[in-house]
Design a protein around this ligand. Structure first.
Ligand code: NDP
Ligand code: OXD
Length: 310
């Protein structure tokens, strides 16, 4: 029997229960705040702040995030050491993110913003084509999502660079790592993609200093978290021409207030945190497989290192 407590303001518990029941044969699915006997709860499926929830649940073994990020949980260091924190790893989520990234790289590479502007003014004017191999796409974060996007962009002949915390080597992109590799990475990047987790080290990383290292007329895609970006620095970089355009999917406060200056800026392509949405059908299958594996003594996928924050 797996006793699962579900807590989310945005996900439908009925749909999740139905889907999880297909794969977890002995499932006792409870929806917060109807916890039942708190001693019995073993798994917490959650999107949102943990707050003091764990204090009332002494036997939780694992916290499973309903998304790839775990920053929504709050301070991971406050979680008891015997509880595993698991982020969502789901091929469907990964595919969705790569689509969003490729869509925006193509949009910038093929000068969509400029041609739309020309269309609005009825201007017939060609600009010289640039081969994808001449465009350097720099991906910050080469984890599950960044690696897939890098591989797919490379298959479209883009010149792909990646930046991670630890050194690594791939045949589909050149890799830079750590603080020491950051400037070299930025200096060679025309389209900067942020797919980092939000941690103390990455908070505010998309700032004036970072933009100043990019070649003039670069582009930015932020599909990670709104707190990575200093909004005022983006607006300055766009008005100075350091950046020509930006695709922004995530914001420090969601939904974004209607008075926010991003709405009216034609150089910013906004979407409401939909770069890749958790699909309860595929995600429930991944989460159930993880729980089943673990119950049989196997390894969990997507274990978070709480001290690193991702
Ligand atoms: P992973 O944990 O698999 O990968 C994180 C990557 O970031 C790793 O390559 C890691 O380096 C790198 N990294 C972390 N900290 C640093 C640092 N200080 N300096 C350099 N590199 C660093 O995460 P995912 O790929 O699964 O997801 C990334 C993020 O995407 C999520 O945390 C979430 O915030 C966001 N997201 C957004 C969605 C949306 O719809 N907008 C949907 C899903 C996710 P290393 O490999 O060396 O450890
Ligand atoms: C996630 C997200 O982290 O949707 O999965 O942002």
């Amino acid at each position: 029997m797996a006793v699962v407590l579900f807590k989310s303001q945005t996900d439908d518990p009925t749909l999740w229960n139905t889907e999880l029941s297909r794969y977890l044969v002995h499932l006792d699915f409870r929806v917060w705040p109807a916890v039942g006997d708190p001693q019995e709860v073993e798994y917490l499926l959650i999107w949102g702040e943990l707050g003091d929830l764990l204090e009332t649940l002494p036997n939780v073994k694992a916290i499973l995030s309903l998304g790839a990020g775990v920053d929504h949980l709050g301070d991971l260091n406050k979680i008891r050491n015997n509880i595993s924190v698991i982020r969502l790893v789901d091929d469907d989520l990964t595919r969705g993110m790569s689509e969003y990234v490729i869509f925006n790289v193509l949009r910038f590479h093929r000068l969509d913003q400029l041609y739309r502007e020309q269309q609005s003014q009825r201007i017939w004017q060609e600009h010289p084509p640039v081969a994808s191999s001449e465009i350097r796409v720099g991906i910050m974060g080469l984890g599950i999502l960044g690696k897939d996007a890098a591989k797919k962009l490379s298959s479209l002949d883009y010149n792909v660079l990646g930046w991670s915390r630890e050194p690594k080597s791939f045949d589909f992109c050149s890799v830079f790592h750590g603080k020491e590799g950051f400037n070299d990475f930025l200096e060679q990047t025309n389209i900067l993609i942020c797919l980092l987790p939000l941690t103390a080290e990455t908070d505010g990383i998309l700032c004036a200093k970072t933009f100043s290292k990019l070649p003039v007329n670069s582009y930015l895609v932020n599909a990670a978290r709104g707190q990575h970006l200093i909004n005022a620095d983006l607006l300055d970089a766009l008005s100075s021409g350091q950046l020509l355009g930006a695709a922004i999917d995530v914001f420090p406060e969601e939904p974004l207030s209607t008075s926010h200056p991003f709405w009216g800026n034609t150089k910013i392509m906004m979407t409401p945190h939909v770069a890749s949405k958790t699909n309860y059908k595929t995600a429930a299958k991944c989460i159930a497989r993880n729980i089943n594996n673990w119950e049989r003594g196997g390894n969990l996928e997507g274990v978070v290192n709480s001290s690193r924050g991702y």
